[in-house]
Design a protein around this ligand. Sequence first.
Ligand SMILES: [Zn+2]
Length: 122
Amino acid sequence: MTATIYELVDEIRNENEKPVHDLIFQYQVESRLPCDCRECLLDITALALNALKPRYVVSLVTRLHEGEEEVTQFNDEVRQAVEDACQIVKARPHHFDNRVSTTPLPTFETDDDEPEESRETE
Ligand SMILES: [Zn+2]
């Protein structure tokens, strides 16, 4: 056995990752993200990558040629995925959930002294 997949796994990468990271970085620099806190950056990235069809390649193999039309279509897909992800995070940011979860949960106040209903007596 020359190598296990665990040793080789870094050689397989999703070609979508770099373009998505680059575009999200560009949006961050241009202040076009709904929020650029840690949680939201990660959420936007994960959502955008999940929306795209994966493009796994072996890193040693570089794509020889891509037509101009194909490149344009790919860039459009990446942009759409990032923009959709921004809308989702804008509507439901997780940083809000985290902030809420750090506050103590409300406790139920029970009134032990509540008088019992007077029982019917014969
Ligand atoms: Zn945020």
